[in-house]
Design a protein around this ligand. Structure first.
Ligand SMILES: Cc1cc2nc3c(=O)[nH]c(=O)nc-3n(C[C@H](O)[C@H](O)[C@H](O)COP(=O)(O)OP(=O)(O)OC[C@H]3O[C@@H](n4cnc5c(N)ncnc54)[C@H](O)[C@@H]3O)c2cc1C
Length: 386
């Protein structure tokens, strides 16, 4: 795990957006949204904005989601979670690490930084201030120990409510990030899930605005991302089920811990948490298709990721023939051609990568490469005459 502060991450993203010419208006809360066949009218602060498309990335309480009337369906919380920074009067009473307690769980990975879960159906997340006295009662209740809080530095609460918009697109309005899905922050998957939405949607929307793509490409956003979100919600529900303070959950935890102890089990768990296992159902049946492209190490010292930074589709050719180069030429700047060699080609002869880094097509054999690659490119870049 690598810890990153939200503020630092937002700074990096904002700089990148501004370098690309994006205008960020701060302090302009969206208060109304009305769409018709031609566009969307939005009131944001004092400004009225007319746009062809709107993407609601406005978090768990999304005003965009509510204004359009997206259904936000899911399950109610089982617990209230607390993030606490404090000093205990007798620190020796509470050991380090994750501890299962009579009414929940207390984790102390750093002295004085506690994560607490109380299985109260989410009742504790009621908006009332988390005073020192209230936090002390909570710790005593959950642990059954005689804990006293000497100083409370910071406290916040959250729950494991899990909801997902049943649609990600209604007409000219789309949802991404927490506006589209919320779940317990256990395992730290929320941010990656939202960034995955943005990567999937960004290039499709840009190409739709330019009018250079086949009809229906925008709808693949929901088709590809909704199942990924649903899987993460279920993953977080499974984590909650394992944390319940009852004998059945305790027994189940041992079974799961046993599985994680195997190489295959650990790889599977890491793959899901990391998101590397995500696979979109694309027409091409090659095992790499629909997955994040492998970051090939090329003989010239570069890696595939560096060649994808400008957000264009890429045709990687290990075969060296002229046919694929000609195919890429048909798309001009929209499809970059890269003839390269790598120490480990993973058995592929050529690979077509979408602007979001997902493999659209791969082939192990050189014959008829251009025809098959051409069909795959047409599916998301539009058809060109060869
Ligand atoms: C306690 C806790 C711990 C977490 N820990 C992790 C973790 O370790 N790892 C991880 O990956 N995820 C974690 N998450 C989840 C992560 O924070 C979210 O998934 C992520 O911030 C969602 O990003 P977002 O841009 O979709 O929404 P947000 O970060 O909520 O951003 C929404 C933005 O929209 C703005 N906005 C809201 N309403 C309006 C409006 N009407 N008009 C205009 N703008 C508006 C807000 O000001 C905000 O800037 C945690 C969440 C919680 C609650």
């Amino acid at each position: 795990m690598l810890m990153a502060e939200m503020a630092a991450l937002e700074t990096v993203l904002a700089r990148r957006a501004e370098a690309l010419g994006v205008c960020i208006r701060r302090g302009a809360a969206l208060s109304s949204l009305v769409q018709d066949d031609e566009g969307v009218s939005v009131q944001a602060g004092p400004a009225s904005v007319r746009a062809a498309w709107v993407v609601g990335c406005d978090g768990a309480r999304s005003a965009v989601r509510k204004a359009v009337g997206f259904t936000f369906a899911g399950t109610e919380p089982e617990f209230t979670g607390y993030s606490l920074q404090l000093e205990l009067a007798d620190a020796a009473l509470l050991g380090p690490g994750r501890q299962l307690m009579p009414r929940g769980l207390i984790a102390q990975f750093q002295p004085g930084y506690l994560a607490v879960q109380e299985f109260d159906g989410g009742a504790g997340h009621d908006g009332r201030p988390l005073s020192r006295a209230r936090v002390e009662q909570l710790l005593r209740r959950v642990s059954g120990l005689d804990l006293r809080v000497a100083t409370l530095h910071a406290a916040s609460s959250w729950t494991d409510r899990a909801r997902q918009a049943t649609r990600y697109r209604e007409g000219r309005v789309m949802l991404a990030g927490d506006a589209a899905h919320i779940h317990a922050p256990l395992g730290g998957q929320g941010l990656n899930l939202g960034i995955g939405d943005a990567m999937n949607l960004g290039w499709k929307l840009a190409a739709t605005v330019r009018g250079t793509v086949p009809q229906g490409l925008l709808d693949t956003y929901e088709a590809e991302r909704h199942p990924v979100g649903a899987r993460v919600l279920d993953w977080s529900r499974a984590q909650v089920a394992l944390m319940r303070p009852d004998p059945a959950a305790r027994a189940l935890r041992e079974v799961v811990a046993d599985l994680i102890g195997t190489d295959d089990g650990a790889a599977r768990m890491a793959g899901r948490l990391w998101g590397i296992e995500t696979r979109y159902a694309l027409a091409d049946s090659h095992p790499l298709s629909g997955r994040s492209a492998p970051d090939f190490a090329f003989d010239d010292g570069t890696r595939l990721g560096e060649h994808l930074r400008d957000g264009r589709a890429l045709l990687l050719d290990f075969s060296g023939g002229a046919a694929l180069r000609q195919l890429a030429d048909q798309y001009g700047g929209a499809l970059r051609y890269l003839a390269a060699d790598a120490q480990d080609r993973l058995g592929v002869a050529a690979l077509l990568v979408r602007p979001d880094g997902i493999v659209a097509w791969a082939s192990c054999a050189a014959p008829e490469l251009a025809q098959a690659a051409g069909a795959a490119a047409a599916s998301f870049l539009g058809r060109r005459d060869l």
